[in-house]
Design a protein around this ligand. Structure first.
Ligand code: ADP
Ligand code: MG
Length: 591
């Protein structure tokens, strides 16, 4: 084929593919246009998963009759004039691509009127051909109807999921924009049924109720704007005029995926795995690996500190100082968590006689109660504000654990100890995990050594495990795993971390792959820490294993030396404590 210029129609279809991937992309662009037009009420209607029909009606500024065809022309926009404007974008749209892109792959009808025009306008376009352009009575605002999306692009049509799945995407999107703009009223009608409505009260908590449901929403913790926080050392850094506000979930509420995590940067819904990871890390040791917090976080920063012109869908942004942003967001979240949930010591609440535990539980007649410890500064250690891997900071104060005397073991799982303040039950697995983890993190070079296998061992991975291996390849190597591709989904295991030398190698590798968060490796050091946690868990003595008195003593000694003896690296308690006062109360020795 000779070289030739693509026809306009084909070129615009190709361009459209970048902006409009699926029905939800149409909804996104139309909501953004409505918001840019200052709408306070946005009504959406969807049929057939959006493929048959998407209608968005707003009460925004509307478009002057003469401007309507330009709005549908490629690069037709009212939001950008000079190249300089690109660095100070205040609107959601700016590329002038959405309407022409939609019109290239669907039949579009727009009815619009601006305040200055006595009469409204109707404009109809299909496959980039104008079909109708004439006056039409209309209230102020804009109604856009998009029908038969992708009918002329069968390749695209094939990739669409079921109408149900596409509607779910659309709903998720509407939820996101409702959360980002609580003062705007939204309604979504799906195949004739009202499925979502927000009041437009301006209160984020009201929208949270609609999106997360009352039970979860009630528990969410507000992250308030903190105007005079002093986290940022240099006044020049964007961190200093960076504000974060919204809601985060308490450690007790979490999900197996990141779907209910929302970031908005200057009112723009964005996806940023590194940022999501930074927030997860703020929950460090409060959440188990593989569990994700819920949050809605609005990040406000000067327009010139963020480049929004990264991708046609505008879902990604580039921060001028990404690390500064990640750190500030993480600190803000950690500060809030820290205020609400200082590392708990567990004790029995004095005088509590309601037993909510099953009758087989070893200690009866006292309800387990999480009591926040006195704020003596020691308890704050796990959340040292100045470090990304908080519980491992070398400058941390020595252990707050008293000297414990080992008395025995129950159920081959818990070590019974006596301390100055009563009885301690230590979970041997969790305790060992903590010990190994800190040892590894402080004596990295020493423990990082690999243990060679006598004979390399082929291990076949499931696709899910393979994906983990792919994304964590370097970390695995650094941690002491020697793995080589061996055809298909099979790896040749040549060496594994010394820590795992007592384990059967294949089972150990598979367990570590299982334990390693699928969340990717956005920040090298943190992904590494996560892998190390998994290895320590795999290497730690399991529950149900009988331990000799000497072994238990050694473990407790090691635990006393750790910086965070009361929780395992995944945030579970390593011990519970029954203090003397409670014992005396329980035995009726106190009045
Ligand atoms: P962009 O939003 O990037 O400017 P679009 O193709 O989405 O490009 O829209 C083109 C122009 O049409 C916008 O700049 C705006 O002036 C106008 N427009 C689109 N939708 C609306 C709306 N709902 N209300 C008012 N004006 C609109
Ligand atoms: Mg737009």
């Amino acid at each position: 084929m000779s070289i030739h210029i693509l026809s306009d129609e084909l070129a615009s279809k190709i361009a459209a593919g970048e902006v409009i991937e699926r029905p939800a992309s149409v909804v996104k662009e139309l909501i953004e246009n409505a918001l840019d037009a200052g709408a306070r009420d946005i009504r959406l209607e969807v049929r057939g998963g959006g493929q048959r029909l998407i209608r968005v009606a707003d009460d925004g500024s509307g478009i002057a009759s003469a401007d309507v065809p330009t709005a549908f022309a490629r690069h037709g926009t009212s939001k950008l004039e000079t190249a300089d404007d690109l660095f100070a974008i205040q609107t959601l749209g700016f590329r002038g691509e959405a309407l022409p892109s939609i019109a290239a792959v669907a039949r579009v009808t727009m009815i619009t009127r601006c305040a200055e025009d006595a009469n409204g306008t109707i404009f109809k376009v299909e496959n980039a051909q104008t079909l109708l352009y004439q006056p039409h009575g209309a209230p102020r605002g804009t109604v856009i109807t998009v029908e038969d999306l992708f009918r002329s692009v069968p390749a695209r049509l094939k990739f669409l999921k079921s109408p149900g799945a596409e509607s779910a995407h659309i709903a998720e999107l509407v939820h996101a924009y409702a959360l980002a703009y609580p003062h705007v009223r939204y309604s979504l009608v799906n195949d004739g049924k009202l499925t979502f409505q927000s009041a437009g009260s301006g209160k984020l908590s009201d929208v949270l109720f609609k999106v997360y449901g009352g039970e979860t929403a009630r528990e969410m913790i507000a992250v308030a704007r903190d105007e005079n926080h002093t986290d940022s050392p240099s006044p020049q850094s964007p961190g200093s005029n960076l504000a974060v506000h919204g809601y985060i979930s308490p450690p007790s509420i979490h999900r197996g995926n990141r779907r209910l995590q929302y970031f908005f940067v200057n009112g723009r819904w964005i996806e940023d795995r590194s940022l999501a990871y930074a927030v997860s890390e703020a929950y460090h040791t409060l959440l188990m690996v593989g569990r994700f917090p819920l949050f809605v976080l609005n990040i406000q920063l000067p327009p010139d500190a963020v480049d929004v012109n990264v991708h046609p869908t505008k879902m990604q942004v580039r921060f001028r100082e990404p690390n500064e942003v990640y750190r500030t967001v993480q600190r803000t979240v950690r500060r809030v968590l820290n205020e609400k949930f200082p590392v708990p010591t567990i004790s029995f609440s004095p005088g509590a006689h309601t037993d909510s535990r099953p009758p087989t539980a070893p200690l009866t007649n006292a309800a387990l109660n999480l009591v926040p410890p006195a704020n003596d500064g020691q308890t704050q250690r796990a959340f040292d504000d100045n470090t990304l891997t908080p519980s491992l900071h070398p400058s941390i104060a020595p252990s707050s654990l008293p000297i414990l005397r080992v008395l025995g073991q129950i159920a081959s799982t818990y070590i019974i100890c006596e301390g100055p303040d009563g009885l301690y039950l230590v979970d041997q697995h969790a305790a060992h995990e903590r010990v190994l983890y800190e040892k590894w993190m402080t004596e990295r070079e020493m423990v990082f050594a690999a243990q060679n296998l006598l004979e390399p061992l082929p291990v076949e991975l499931s696709p899910a495990h393979w994906a983990v291996y792919e994304s964590e390849r370097e970390n695995f190597a650094r941690a002491g795993f020697q793995l080589e591709p061996f055809g298909g989904n099979t790896l040749l295991l040549r060496a594994l971390p010394t820590l795992l030398k007592k384990r059967e190698p294949r089972a150990a590798l598979l367990e570590i792959l299982d334990l390693t968060d699928e969340g990717g490796n956005p920040i090298q050091a943190q992904a590494e820490a996560r892998l190390i946690m998994s290895i320590c868990k795999g290497a730690a003595i399991k529950g149900g294993q009988v331990m000799a008195l000497e072994e238990m003593r050694a473990l407790i000694r090691d635990l006393e030396k750790t910086t965070s003896p009361r929780t395992c690296p995944h945030g579970r308690p390593t011990m519970i404590q029954l203090n003397l006062t409670t014992l005396q109360k329980e035995f009726g020795r106190l009045g």
